[in-house]
Design a protein around this ligand. Structure first.
Ligand code: ADP
Length: 527
């Protein structure tokens, strides 16, 4: 009909505003590389490029029993991880909600002694023999043997100034926490003091960033012998950590009081904090919707890359685009007076309290639903609009318009993600190290997981693979997120089709568990 054609035209026009063509991808990659280098030289740059003091990634042969704890926001997670040394592991875990009053406790001791008590309870439940053996020995005046001590990785997802593998000062609390006396203190020491007070056989061996955990977890579990280059997260937020050559991290190696680290590998993992890439918008796309989202956010001008990529924001970008169409009298979105749903003609209505009218009202999962919907007349999308968004009897044409715009927002996010991945691949120099033309057949050794299906691209030799770990709901559940990333990687001039084939992308689950354990292991070797 005339109406549906006009609507489709409008939707395509809006979708086109989210185009991020080849030329712009290449410009952004160049800028990303520039900011990476700048961040390695000095502090206070757009990409923070934080040295993590982790100087090696695992290869899957690591063995042993480790502990990990994760303080991230609402929950405190305690786990023990048995690394089997053949790329597999077993994990036991418990989880407790942090009582609200402890988040704003008078002293940090209240919070950290609570955390230590959870570790004690976990040991009593899951490692009873180990725990009581240790207590008996202590009570009879014996010394704890080194091999009886659990090395623990502490994932602490608040901003810290890290100065050693198990030392970092809290810069500020976020996410509703507020315990002033903890600011400026070493959070590992705060935890260790409480652990020691309970006499537990536990050493806080490593302070862990969740992105670094993702890199380590992927490197341990990934097929093949080449260590993983990059761990990246596309969830609520986005970030990446990668393996850098130590001599390029000049702001660390030239510093006199840089603290201790093992320099024998010549490498160190760097936490890019890439969510704030190009905050000054030299190369990032910037639509009216991006501008409005940023202006109404709690941190305007900050995390500009993240605001175009991650789960926390994509739903809102879509919502702002839809609202603009709804306010345009010439456009007929959701104004069908004769929409045929299940053969019953009815008028489309939007509830007055529909989430579509509220900031953050649309969840990014709607983008995944639209992208994955190939049902007849987009029935699934229309049902979701009805059930979750108070938009009843939307027509197939309406749903198609939503799908077109949502697809454009999702595709742009994936192409931006590719900018970061491409820059890290180029920065590593790994593309220069082998000749992909001399390829041989190698079978796909691990089954595809979720939507991330590229484990092993048949024709590339194992030693030429550049392995990348990803985690987060967006990359896991958005259909074709990886395929859009790959298409953009091929468009990067210095990567092309040959380079893109060498990039293996795989899910890395559970960075704050097994990843943290692996960092505790690496740290234990140094100590
Ligand atoms: P976190 O990053 O907090 O550890 P997740 O990786 O689960 O957790 O990411 C949560 C984010 O992913 C939220 O912003 C949510 O809106 C978004 N999200 C949840 N489900 C989906 C989905 N199916 N497709 C795309 N995004 C999703």
């Amino acid at each position: 009909t005339e109406r549906s054609m006009a609507l489709a035209e409008q939707a395509k026009k809006v979708a086109a505003e989210f185009d991020f063509p080849k030329e712009n991808v290449n410009k952004a990659v160049k800028e990303f590389l520039r900011e990476m280098s700048e961040g390695l030289e000095k502090d206070g740059t757009e990409l923070s490029q934080i040295p993590t003091y982790v100087t090696a990634v695992p290869n899957g042969t690591e063995k042993g029993l480790y502990m990990a704890v994760d303080l991230g926001g609402t929950n405190f997670r305690v786990c023990s991880i048995q690394l089997h040394g053949n790329t597999t592991f077993s994990l036991t875990q418990s989880k407790v909600a942090i009582p609200r009053e402890l988040m704003v406790a008078k002293t940090s001791k209240e919070l950290f002694s609570f955390l230590a008590k959870q570790i004690e309870a976990f040991l009593k439940t899951h490692h009873e023999e180990h725990y009581f053996h240790h207590i008996r020995r202590r009570n009879t005046g014996g010394q704890t043997k080194e091999e009886e001590i659990f090395n623990l990785g502490f994932t602490f997802s608040f901003p810290v100034q890290q100065v050693g593998i198990n030392k970092g000062m809290l810069m500020r609390w976020t996410k509703g926490f507020d315990i002033p006396d903890a600011i400026g203190k070493d959070v590992c020491a705060l935890l260790q003091v409480e652990i020691d007070e309970l006499n537990l056989p536990v050493r806080v061996a490593a302070l862990v960033n969740d992105t670094v955990g993702t890199l380590m977890a992927r490197s341990y579990t990934s097929p093949g012998k080449t260590g993983t280059l990059l761990g990246s997260i596309f969830g609520t937020g986005t970030n990446g950590a990668y393996v850098e050559k130590l001599d390029k991290i000049t702001k660390l190696v030239n510093k006199k009081d840089a603290g201790n680290y093992d320099n024998s590998t010549g490498e160190m993992v760097v936490n890019t904090e890439w969510g704030s890439f190009d905050n000054s918008l030299r190369t990032l796309p910037n639509t009216a919707y991006d501008i409005e989202l940023d202006e109404k956010s709690v941190n305007p001008g900050i995390q500009m890359f993240e605001k175009r990529i991650s789960g926390m924001f994509l739903g809102e970008i879509l919502r702002l685009a839809l609202v603009k169409l709804l306010h345009d009298p010439k456009v007929s979105l959701f104004k069908d007076e004769n929409s045929a749903t299940n053969d019953i003609s009815s008028t489309t209505t939007i509830a007055v309290d529909s989430p579509i009218w509220k900031q953050w009202g649309i969840d990014t999962s709607l983008l995944s639903i639209c992208a994955g919907d190939d049902s007849h007349g987009l029935r699934i999308t229309r049902q979701t609009l009805d059930k979750d968004y108070g938009i009843s009897a939307a027509s197939a044409e309406d749903a198609e318009a939503v799908k077109i715009i949502a697809g454009a927002v999702g595709k742009r996010a994936a192409r931006l993600a590719a900018v970061a991945i491409a820059a890290v691949v180029l920065q590593s120099g790994r593309l220069d190290t082998a000749n992909p033309a001399t390829t041989e057949q190698k079978e796909n050794i691990s089954p595809p997981r979720g939507n991330v299906q590229s484990e092993g691209r048949g024709e590339v030799r194992e030693e030429d693979v550049i392995d990348i770990g990803v985690d987060g709901s967006l990359v896991e559940f958005y259909p074709d997120f990886e395929e859009h990333i790959r298409a953009a990687l091929r468009e990067v001039e210095q990567i092309g089709e040959q380079g893109e084939k060498r990039v293996r992308i795989g899910i890395a689950k559970d960075g704050s568990g097994v990843g943290a354990a692996l960092i505790a292991l690496v740290a234990g070797k140094v100590a």
